[in-house]
Design a protein around this ligand. Structure first.
Ligand SMILES: Cc1ncc(COP(=O)(O)O)c(C=O)c1O
Length: 461
């Protein structure tokens, strides 16, 4: 039973329509109330400590409660809170733009600031469509994305997303958005080499381009690892093979690094360092400020920008936000990057990631665990709870929610995605904290399995 203060907050919270709100339960929700945080831990309003397994929402990469971040933010507020980015600029916005150009791959030297990941993706998609218009190719507007991809909740970003479970009742722009199958390495046909699977997947992209019409496809958008789709990994070489196809047909390659940038895979950006590609556009958000202030951005290559300005030097990209390049968000991002560099957080992730993956992999001995996969500090523990004749979707959600409930009782916050537990803790996590996290997760899954057996929704046979 929650304490009275918690109950009173939960009551007020019923006025808050949360993301992915289940409208049936409005007025009855009893979400955990988090009242404070430090490092990799939260404290809830009943005084329980919870290890932050998902780093908020894959975002609190440098960890919670950094005095330096608070100081940088408050200093910027007292110096200069806001200026219009249309006609003016500020020191933090310019310094951050230069820094992002320096740490991003290849000739991605210009940044368009947004308010989060969805607006970064939406703006990038608008930009490629704008480019087609400027180049006199108004038909070249089609976008290819992948099933199980997630790119955000604004109209274009949501249209690019390919998670069928999220497609209920909402409208999407489906006349110019197309989805090819994700490159899940687990779906590689038996006997096929990784190299041949890459070719097979790249051929699928090429066939889709040809099917839509070579002059009609504006962009291909892909997360380097499909994050919210369940940490789906592609075979090595897949990204480069797709980029080669894009180059062949003048299709812009957008690498959606909203999750994978700023430390999650041990680098500021993963596209080149991990996946060997220099895309035309990178979208990012989340870890750019470690979640201390909302912010997003897309980075664009000189080549792409120049292809537009060569056509018409006076052209205006009429897209932007009141808070594009907000000085406080930019000061926050600069301090975040400074901390990552000074404390060697990227190197720490590179060093600790194999341990994190190996410890989680040990959960494979639990009978309901079907797969454990990941890279860097991103992982997914997938359970299999399908029983003949049952409603598998409802069961999937049931098992995820049970694991989440048990883990919270044990002191761990997981992110259940139906039958999958996504783990992406703050990038400062230590080996001892990983041990603690995995042992709580083990206990939580085992308790959920015992419930499932008792309730007859799973049997070992
Ligand atoms: C890969 C990817 N792109 C875009 C988004 C949307 O970002 P936001 O929720 O900040 O709008 C997300 C959010 O999780 C994401 O995972």
């Amino acid at each position: 039973m929650n304490k009275p203060l918690t109950r009173s907050i939960q009551q007020k919270d019923n006025h808050f329509l949360h993301p992915w709100e289940d409208l049936k339960t409005v007025g009855e929700n009893k979400r955990t109330v988090i009242s404070s945080a430090e490092g990799v831990y939260f404290k809830d309003s009943d005084g329980n400590r919870l290890l932050d397994g998902p780093a908020g929402m894959w975002c609190v990469n440098i960890g919670h409660h950094r005095q330096e971040m608070a100081d940088a933010i408050s200093k910027q507020i007292m110096e200069l809170t806001y200026i219009s980015p249309w006609s003016l600029t500020s020191t933090p916005a310019s310094e951050l733009a230069q820094k992002l150009a320096e740490i991003s791959p290849g000739d991605l030297n210009h940044v368009f600031y947004t308010t989060g990941g969805s607006t970064a993706v939406d703006s990038a998609l608008r930009f490629v469509m704008f480019r087609s218009n400027v180049l006199g190719k108004p038909e070249k507007k089609h976008i290819i994305a992948r099933t199980n991809g997630y790119h955000g909740s604004t109209y274009l970003a949501a249209s690019a997303s390919g998670k069928t479970r999220d497609k209920n009742y909402l409208d999407f722009k489906d006349d110019t958005f197309h989805h090819i199958a994700d490159p899940n390495i687990l779906n590689k046909p038996e006997g096929m080499s990784d190299q041949d699977y890459c070719k097979f997947k790249a051929d699928e992209l090429e066939s889709k381009i040809v099917e839509i019409g070579q002059d009609k496809v504006a962009a291909f958008i892909a997360e380097p690892i499909l994050a919210s789709g369940g940490v789906i990994l592609a075979p090595k070489g897949y990204h480069a093979a797709c980029l080669a196809v894009c180059r062949k047909y003048d299709v812009v390659y957008i690498s959606d690094e909203v999750v994978t940038a700023f430390g999650r895979l041990g680098h500021f950006f993963a596209s080149e360092e991990v996946f060997d590609i220099v895309p035309d556009i990178i979208t990012t958000a989340k870890g750019i400020t470690s979640g201390y202030i909302p912010m997003g951005a897309f980075l664009v290559s000189d080549k792409l920008l120049e292809s537009i300005s060569a056509e018409d030097p006076s052209i205006v990209f009429s897209n932007g936000f009141t808070y594009s390049g907000h000085p406080v968000a930019c000061a926050c991002a600069l301090k975040n990057i400074e901390i990552m560099e000074r404390e060697g957080i990227l190197e720490h992730v590179q060093e600790i990631a194999p341990y994190f993956q190996q410890k989680l992999y040990e959960l494979m001995d639990i009978p309901i665990v079907k797969d454990v996969r990941g890279m860097g500090l991103m992982a997914c523990v997938e359970c299999d709870i399908q029983k003949n004749g049952g409603d598998s979707l409802a069961m999937d959600y049931e098992i995820g929610n049970r694991i989440d409930k048990h883990c919270q009782e044990l002191g761990l916050l997981v992110r259940p995605l139906a039958n999958m537990c996504v783990m992406s803790p703050p990038c400062i996590i230590t080996k001892a904290q990983i041990d603690d996290m995995v042992s709580m997760l083990r206990e939580g899954i085992e308790r959920a399995m015992a419930d499932a057996i008792a309730d007859g929704i799973w049997d070992a046979a």
